[in-house]
Write a protein that binds this ligand. Structure first.
Ligand SMILES: C[S@@+](CC[C@H](N)C(=O)[O-])C[C@H]1O[C@@H](n2cnc3c(N)ncnc32)[C@H](O)[C@@H]1O
Length: 299
């Protein structure tokens, strides 16, 4: 795929029992959106309450930035999650995609005070804390359950003047929200250099100064100076990295500092809780779909 294409799509077909995990896998590998369509022109009946209807055979389209290296994904997508894989990515013109994007994304309320609003919409509540956020190269637009649970917890919990670490900051959405909710200093950390650019762009758009929110790589010199001083550490990554990062994240927390962990499934909670048990008593604080949020305070 040439880097001058605005966007590119990967096409798959899947059975309906494969779709949810396939969607999660695609988002975890950089998809900006995933669209589902009927593969076999099968009509859907009116869904019952709480049901999310899906066709038996689903056509799955994942959208990526034009310069994302998607070729390895075609090789590595777990075969148990797909029926078939198209052979090559398809380039999508900028204008065409922005129309699709604008049709799909709407302002979302997160807790009492916070809204995540695409920049082309008028915030429904101008008096709320409105975070303007558009699709970017790094993960995190507020639409994923794991991000939403973190935002709601920050909305309820952040106290004015707090020092906050957003580990795995991606688009910077959680750190920017923390700053807008009153945190005095926020450190974003991510191992993807694109997250530095996305976080700063989004912070600028939301009038969050660099003195308040900086995003750095995990080996940045500033990180040791945060040891033992964070009132909040929030990390929305995946269960495996969260377990590996347990010593790093707990070392950042002040005594009684609050830890929020997301990106794990309910059946992974026990392993993550055990990894943090030496320093923090974590418990499930929220659940959305099969994703859980863990919360606890440093002893
Ligand atoms: C699921 S995204 C979360 C983005 C955003 N914080 C949100 O809540 O929507 C996870 C982010 O963690 C980053 N990440 C993954 N493993 C990491 C690690 N070991 N150290 C730092 N960042 C990591 C990824 O690059 C990605 O931006």
């Amino acid at each position: 795929m040439s880097s001058n294409a605005g966007w590119q799509e990967l096409h798959f077909t899947a059975r309906k029992d494969q779709v949810e995990t396939l969607e999660d896998w695609l988002f975890a590998h950089g998809a900006l959106s995933v669209t589902l369509e009927d593969e076999a022109d099968q009509p859907l009946l009116e869904p019952g309450p709480g049901e999310t209807p899906l066709w038996d055979a689903v056509s799955v389209t994942a959208l990526f930035a034009g310069d994302h290296d998607v070729a390895p994904l075609l090789q590595t997508v777990p075969r148990e999650l797909v029926k078939s894989i198209a052979e090559a990515p398809v380039a999508v013109a900028d204008r065409e995609w922005s129309r699709v994007w604008e049709d799909h994304f709407h302002p979302l309320q997160m807790g009492n005070r916070l809204w995540i609003c695409p920049s082309w919409t008028s915030p429904p509540d101008p008096g709320a804390i409105n975070i303007l956020l558009d699709p970017g190269l790094a993960f995190g637009t507020g639409t994923h359950p794991t991000t939403a649970m973190c935002l709601r917890a920050l909305d309820t919990g952040i106290e004015p003047g707090a020092r906050v670490v957003d580990y795995g900051c991606g688009s910077g959405i959680l750190g920017i929200a923390a700053a807008r909710l009153g945190a005095a200093t926020v450190l974003g950390v991510d191992n993807d250099p694109q997250a530095m650019t996305a976080s700063r762009d989004n912070a600028n758009r939301n009038r969050v100064l660099e003195a308040v929110f900086t995003a750095v790589l995990p080996d940045a010199e500033v990180i040791p100076s945060w040891a033992g001083s964070a009132d909040w550490v929030v990390a929305n990554i995946l269960a495996g990295p969260l377990i590996d990062l347990a010593p790093v994240l707990t070392a950042l927390l002040a005594p009684q500092g609050r830890l929020l962990l997301a990106g794990l499934l309910a059946n992974q909670a026990k392993a993550v809780i055990e990894a943090y048990a030496p320093a923090v008593d974590l418990a499930i604080a929220d659940q959305q779909e099969e994703w859980v949020l863990l919360a606890g305070a440093r002893r």
